[in-house]
Design a protein around this ligand. Structure first.
Ligand SMILES: NC(=O)C1=CN([C@@H]2O[C@H](COP(=O)(O)OP(=O)(O)OC[C@H]3O[C@@H](n4cnc5c(N)ncnc54)[C@H](O)[C@@H]3O)[C@@H](O)[C@H]2O)[C@@H](O)CC1
Ligand SMILES: Nc1ncnc2c1ncn2[C@@H]1O[C@H](COP(=O)(O)OP(=O)(O)O)[C@@H](O)[C@H]1O
Ligand SMILES: [K+]
Length: 467
């Protein structure tokens, strides 16, 4: 797990005030981090175009030009001149080496470093900036963003366009804007550079964390004398489309639930390994509800969930049903897993806000936080390119998913995985984190073409998740 921050200003300030470092020292390290990365690239890449802006992001770029000068053919392009004190100082130093900024971007180059705007990006790019970014984006070169790709605003949205990086070399620590859904196509890989002290010292407390594959805690069985009763009994409520519940059920079983029952009237053709029942079976310790259900929730089942305070995973259609609020208010072990459209419906159903899917996607962290303030007992998993898991004031980001997962049924698999862990006794938060990690790791391990995975393939991958 890595720490993630809104921005680095407080941590930079601490470096100056408590550790006696200067802006100059921090900047030298920032530029050196990029220089080391460029020096380690394949030896044929010699031409480097650095596009430097007027502020300290630009100053990082100018400093990099000094560090690379004479070992590389550096072109430094400064379309807005140097405005910040550090940019002016770094430019003076560079001029003393006899290096002058170029008047135009070259037509081709091996490497482009985007140091136009970084943490200070605060208003839309003007026409000149838009044209420049578009020109850089179509050039064939290795593309490196300094701190954050130019054009990505603090909420992670391109405004209106953004530099499309192969790698973002970010300064000091990770920032939330790198993990918005809208920024994902622009960020590329991410590398963090230390700024004069180790990251362990630089970073302060946070409530946001980035999940990694190493955080995965699988439901391994360590009791040789176990029986199915040790691994929980999950009930999945079926409705209009029983295929969704069946996929969830198979995923839950493959992920270790001892017994999985599909609950509903006359469900056809269910796989032999799943049980079926018209009512909530006695002995159920977790319930999954909403997948393919339609908008009709059996009130006896809802009452029984509330009365017995069962662990409950809620997904999909339940976001549109008013009684979702009762479940969220009254149950103490709940996970809800909407995609952005379902989340918009949920916010409206429970009376928090009437907003569009695009409003949510432009501020996923903000809306997740607002939801959790209203429902402090619930774990929210907001699906997306970078899935967010939010509980109370804590946020966990899972960046490991990919377009392999973009098809109907993969959300049903996710519900089954999380509900399976809830049945096996994981806390709702741990179930959401580990279910989501398993889901994205299955997608990463899938060997076929990235358009070809279906839900059943993800379920198959669970077999090989632990090597
Ligand atoms: N503060 C520090 O100690 C460090 C800062 N570093 C670098 O400094 C960067 C932040 O520098 P700044 O705060 O100077 O900000 P930027 O260099 O990102 O932006 C410079 C200024 O441009 C203006 N601006 C913002 N958006 C604009 C737009 N769309 N069109 C035209 N002008 C616009 C703003 O007034 C802003 O302050 C970081 O991203 C990082 O690269 C690093 O050197 C590490 C240390
Ligand atoms: N481009 C992507 N990158 C990462 N994860 C993705 C991507 N597209 C889809 N997913 C994931 O796939 C799942 C899709 O769920 P959902 O939309 O509910 O599908 P369904 O209900 O049809 O099964 C979510 O977990 C989502 O985060
Ligand atoms: K940048």
């Amino acid at each position: 797990m890595q720490k993630v921050f809104d921005d680095c200003y407080a941590m930079d300030r601490r470096c100056y005030e408590e550790f006696g470092l200067t802006e100059d020292i921090l900047m030298e390290h920032a530029a050196d981090g990029m220089a080391q990365y460029i020096r380690a690239l394949d030896g044929n890449k010699k031409e480097v175009l650095i596009v430097a802006g007027p502020g300290n992001n630009g100053a990082d770029g100018i400093t990099l030009a000094r560090l690379l000068h004479s070992d590389f053919e550096v072109s430094l392009y400064m379309p807005y001149g140097a405005k910040s004190d550090m940019a002016k100082l770094q430019l003076q130093r560079l001029l003393k080496l006899g290096v002058k900024p170029v008047e135009n971007t070259p037509l081709q180059t091996d490497i482009i470093v985007d140091a136009l705007f970084g943490a200070g990006f605060s208003k839309p790019l003007n026409e000149k900036g838009v044209e420049l970014i578009k020109t850089l984006n179509v050039m064939k070169a290795k593309k490196i963003a300094c701190d954050i790709p130019t054009g990505i605003d603090p909420n992670g949205n391109p405004n209106p366009v953004a530099f499309k990086a192969d790698i973002t070399i970010t300064m000091g620590s990770l920032k939330k804007a790198l993990f918005a859904d809208h920024s994902k196509p622009y960020i590329g890989e991410i590398e963090v550079v230390d700024l004069g002290v180790s990251r362990k010292i630089y970073e302060i407390d946070t409530s946001t964390y980035l999940l990694e594959a190493d955080d995965f805690n699988p439901p391994l069985r360590d009791n040789p004398a176990s029986h199915k009763g040790h691994y929980g009994h999950l009930a999945i409520i079926c409705g209009e489309k029983s295929g969704a519940a069946t996929l969830s059920g198979l995923a839950a079983l493959r992920f270790g639930a001892g017994l999985v029952t599909l609950v509903g009237n006359s469900i056809q053709n269910i796989p032999y390994s799943l049980m079926q029942s018209k009512n909530l079976p006695t002995g159920t310790n977790a319930v999954a509800i909403g997948m393919g259900m339609g908008y009709d929730l059996n009130s006896d089942i809802a009452d029984s969930i509330v009365k017995n305070d069962l662990a409950v995973l809620m997904d999909a259609d339940i976001c549109y049903i008013p009684s979702v609020k009762t479940l969220l208010d009254r149950c103490s072990k709940t996970v809800i897993t909407p995609h952005p459209k379902e989340f918009a419906a949920l916010l409206k159903t429970v009376g928090i806000a009437d907003v569009s899917v695009e409003d949510i996607q432009r501020d996923r962290f903000g809306w997740a936080k607002r939801f959790c303030e209203n429902f402090p007992k619930t774990v929210l998993l907001l699906k997306g390119a970078n899935t967010i898991i939010a509980y109370n004031d804590k946020i966990y980001i899972n960046p490991l998913g990919s377009q392999v997962l973009s098809q109907a049924g993969s959300g049903d698999v996710l519900s089954g995985l999380i509900a399976s862990l809830m049945a096996q006794g994981y806390s709702p938060l741990d179930a959401a984190i580990n279910g989501s990690l398993a889901h994205t790791m299955c997608a990463r391990n899938y060997k076929g073409a990235n358009f070809s995975a279906i839900a059943e393939d993800l379920i198959e991958e669970l077999r090989w998740l632990i090597k």
